[in-house]
Design a protein around this ligand. Structure first.
Ligand code: NAD
Length: 499
């Protein structure tokens, strides 16, 4: 039996969708559309309009007008809180539909799509969390410092028009992580979802339309990097770019933004390490590491710990447990709860992953399992079986470059110092895992690692905690107080108190 997702498409009533600009839905000015193709089957699902430079200009102009002249940045806190909470409620009501649309977009297995960290539930919680900051965005007063009697005080103000650009892998989470703090801060927004997973973001845009914000406050213009993304990042009307995606595009965006000194937040890729020590629950550690690389999105997650840095005394036990965990992988219809893992997002990404696997072998890493494109009924999709490499040297390409696929590199080390050295020997610094039951070791190692997050014996993501990267994994943080701060400017006002 061949896999097909067309019946799901029909059930979800997914049809052609337009651009959302200045409170109206319409097609692109040049009539261009993108045909969404499903990664598990390569079936054509639907079309949506993609924004030209003229459409982006119209969206930014609308957002600019709504910011400079409209009620949103000036609204009383109580009213803005209610508006942002209203979006949270609508998302919560549509959580099941949103999970299905996410799966229809990027082939994320439906059980993962419903799980908290990437679901409509966390998206709704992000809107609620940031709504909670609205009446707490307070400035400071400053004691007089020199002879002249002046009162200094500071205000926190919205940064302005925010261009939000998101990738395809967790669109519900990434949409909310940018739009919720921007709206809460009083900014106006133009979001560009990824061309590979626009279905769920477009539904979120419809829900925001239903919430009834003033026109121009929120705009959604899907499309590819060129022309849609390029038009957005170079537009003089944009004050801030909040980007999640690859390191290469992030560097380009920072360079373009520098021309007009737009503010930037960059959430980029990683080559994160899981450090597994002698005192770990090795079976549990292996299961956690293998699951994140082989299950769910099959390693297409920025924070995946794709280097396992393992103390030699538990190395063989770890490898065996990883192989056992990988054997549980099930490919198939992503709407079937028995399916554990996703295909690659498109054929280009599948071929890139297969190339990395060949290079790893050429450089002398030992492939224990996987790394193949299956045939039979799966040949219609972009599947790659999870690959485990042993005896990897940290200088190999596989240990240094982000593959963004189901490939685990296992690196043996002698002791804690060597484990830290190897883990930190990376141009990336997004996440890390520390597996040990020794609290002092867990803390020592967490402090020594140069990464934005460290998970000790587990890894998770919450709306109220900061997330982001060290080194070339990013700039700035999303989530919690850091997330709202990134959407604010500080203005200092000084008043002469002389009579
Ligand atoms: P990508 O960089 O190819 O695309 C990301 C977004 O940028 C898309 O919307 C794309 O259309 C847009 N884009 C591409 N070129 C552009 C340009 N020149 N100007 C403006 N916009 C442009 O990344 P992807 O393949 O969608 O996602 C995978 C990458 O994202 C991985 O590197 C992954 O690690 C990273 N990622 C990071 C995080 C994080 O929070 N740190 C989360 C998820 C994914």
């Amino acid at each position: 039996m061949t896999i097909s997702v067309l019946a799901r498409r029909d059930e979800l009533k997914v049809g052609h969708t337009g651009l959302y600009i200045d409170g109206r839905w319409r097609d692109a000015s040049d009539g261009r559309v993108w045909t969404h193709v499903h990664p598990a089957t390569n079936e054509e699902i639907s079309t949506f309009a993609i924004g030209s430079a003229a459409d982006v200009d119209e969206a930014v102009t609308a957002a600019r007008r709504a910011f400079d002249e409209g009620p949103w940045p000036r609204m009383r806190a109580r009213d803005r809180i209610r508006a942002v909470q209203g979006i949270a409620e609508l998302i919560r009501e549509h959580r099941e539909e949103l999970a299905a649309l996410q799966t229809l977009g990027n082939a994320m297995p439906i059980t993962m799509s419903r799980s908290y960290g990437v679901s409509g539930d966390i998206a709704a919680d992000l809107f609620d969390h940031f709504a909670g900051w609205i009446d707490k965005l307070t400035g400071r007063t400053y004691p007089t410092y020199t002879g002249q009697d002046m009162q200094f005080l500071s205000f926190r103000e919205p940064v302005g028009v925010v261009a939000a650009i998101i990738p395809w892998n967790a669109p519900l989470l990434q949409f909310a992580n940018k739009v919720a703090p921007a709206l809460a801060a009083g900014c106006t927004v133009v979001i560009k979802p990824s061309e590979y997973a626009a279905l769920a973001p477009l539904r979120l845009a419809q829900l925001i339309d239903d919430a009834g914000l003033p026109p121009g406050v929120f705009n959604c213009v899907p499309g590819p990097g060129d022309p849609t993304g390029e038009a957005l990042i170079s537009h003089p009307g944009v004050d801030k770019i909040s980007f999640t995606g690859s390191r290469a595009v992030g560097k380009h965006i920072q360079a373009v933004a520098a021309q007009t000194l737009k503010r930037v937040t960059l959430e980029l890729g990683g080559k994160s390490a899981a450090l597994v020590f002698e005192r770990a629950d090795v079976a549990k550690a292996a299961h956690a590491v293998a699951s994140r690389v082989a299950m769910g999105l099959s390693g297409q997650v920025c924070s995946s710990q794709t280097r396992a840095v393992v103390q030699r005394s538990v190395y063989d036990e770890f490898l065996q447990a990883v192989l056992d965990a990988v054997a549980d992988v099930r490919f198939g219809d992503p709407f079937d709860p028995a399916t554990t893992s996703a295909p690659m997002i498109n054929p280009v990404q599948r071929d890139k992953v297969l190339r990395y696997i060949r290079t790893a072998e050429e450089e002398g890493a030992r492939r224990l399992v996987g790394g193949e494109a299956p045939d039979g009924e799966l040949a219609c999709g972009n599947w790659v079986t999870p690959a485990v490499f042993a005896e990897v040297d940290n200088r190999m390409t596989l240990a240094q470059e982000e593959v963004f696929g189901p490939v685990l590199a296992v690196i043996p080390v002698d002791d804690e110092d060597e484990a830290i050295r190897v883990a930190n020997d990376s141009s990336y610094g997004l996440s890390a895992g520390v597996y040990t039951d020794d609290v002092a070791q867990a803390l020592r190692v967490s402090r020594a690692l140069r990464t934005g997050t460290v998970g000790v014996n587990a890894y998770a993501f919450l709306p109220n905690a900061p997330f982001g990267g060290y080194k070339e994994s990013g700039l700035g943080r999303e989530g919690g107080i850091e997330g709202i701060e990134s959407m604010l400017e500080t203005k200092t006002v000084m008043i002469d108190l002389a009579r």
